[in-house]
Design a protein around this ligand. Structure first.
Ligand code: SAM
Length: 297
């Protein structure tokens, strides 16, 4: 083909174009190789080999879009995923963050790519442990967003199994969850401070004045240019001195110094005072992906 693309690649681009047109969902900023592998995996599952035939299937079968979406968007998550990094956040970062703020100042947190809510509720537990229940309820707002509505529904229900809570010490389970038969529901009084909503990191405006932003195991799905754009928005979203907490496999490579490492090993960064970036300007910044610890690929 004259533009260097094979027929298969053209067919794949047609699928992406169709998803954008029909569903408004733009997958073009995702890493091409893994995205293609996931789409092919879904096509194999239903015995379709040709991209054109797959578009036909998406057209006639409304459920196919959600099946494809579930194959592409990986919702793997856990409470306090990567315990060592969370311990550092709890012991060092959160106390410092609270000390910098007045006793009545609001504390605004954003869990971006929150999947089924475990990360957002881990933040609620960590902050409650640091501030006490009353201050948490009065001062903290945790915005938890994802592009996947099914995952958000699960997150809002806040209902987890024994297995989901495995990593939590029993005293935290008894203090933060109510048991209903074989299910555990996160405390309702604290849940009021956790607000779930749909936000597409590729297309939607960021939340503002954020003190602590966790975006873990999500940026790694995007290509470098899209990551840079999202990181520019995160810089805009953060309040002065705001903290960014990335996933274990995600390493920030900065040339423009809009984030400084607080602890590189735990992937915790602070917004630098200088270097203001407009929300639409991609900074010279990217996340490199450490393949040794990437379990999702
Ligand atoms: C592997 S999970 C990470 C969950 C959690 N942050 C953690 O580290 O355990 C990745 C999440 O990113 C979400 N995601 C993928 N593309 C997204 C986008 N464009 N905007 C917002 N969230 C997205 C997926 O739906 C999925 O829930």
């Amino acid at each position: 083909m004259s533009d260097g693309q094979t027929t298969a690649e053209h067919g794949f681009e047609d699928v992406l174009g169709y998803l954008k047109e029909s569903r408004g969902f733009d997958f073009t900023g995702y890493k091409r190789t893994s995205l293609m592998r996931r789409v092919r995996h879904r096509m194999n599952q239903i015995g379709i080999d040709d991209y054109g035939d797959y578009i036909d299937q998406l057209q006639v079968n409304a459920d196919e879009f959600s099946a494809l979406f579930n194959t592409i968007l990986i919702n793997v998550t856990a409470f306090f995923r990567d315990p060592e990094a969370w311990a550092y956040l709890q012991e060092e970062v959160i106390p410092a963050l609270l000390a910098e703020r007045g006793p009545d100042d609001p504390v605004r947190v954003w869990s971006a790519g929150c999947a089924s809510g475990e990360e957002a509720y881990s933040l609620a537990i960590a902050l409650t442990e640091a501030m006490g229940i009353e201050r948490f309820r009065q001062q903290v707002k945790i915005y938890a967003t994802d592009v996947d509505e099914e995952a958000l529904t699960h997150a809002r229900q806040a209902t987890y199994t024994d297995r989901d809570l495995q990593a939590l010490p029993p005293d935290l389970v008894s203090r933060y969850f109510e048991q209903h038969n074989d299910r555990y529901v996160f405390r309702k009084d604290l849940r009021r401070s956790v607000i779930f909503g749909r936000n597409d990191l590729v297309q939607d405006a960021p939340i503002s004045r954020i003190d602590l932003l966790t975006c873990r195991n999500t940026l790694m799905y995007f290509n470098q240019e899209t990551q840079a754009r999202i990181l520019g928005r995160f810089h805009f979203a953060l309040a002065p001195n705001g903290v960014l907490f990335l996933g274990k496999a995600e390493m920030l490579l900065s040339h423009s110094r809009i984030f400084d490492p607080i602890d590189l090993k735990r992937r915790i960064f602070r917004k630098t005072a200088s270097g203001t970036v407009a929300p639409t300007t991609p900074p010279a910044l990217a996340v490199v992906h450490d393949r040794r610890v990437d379990l999702d690929e």
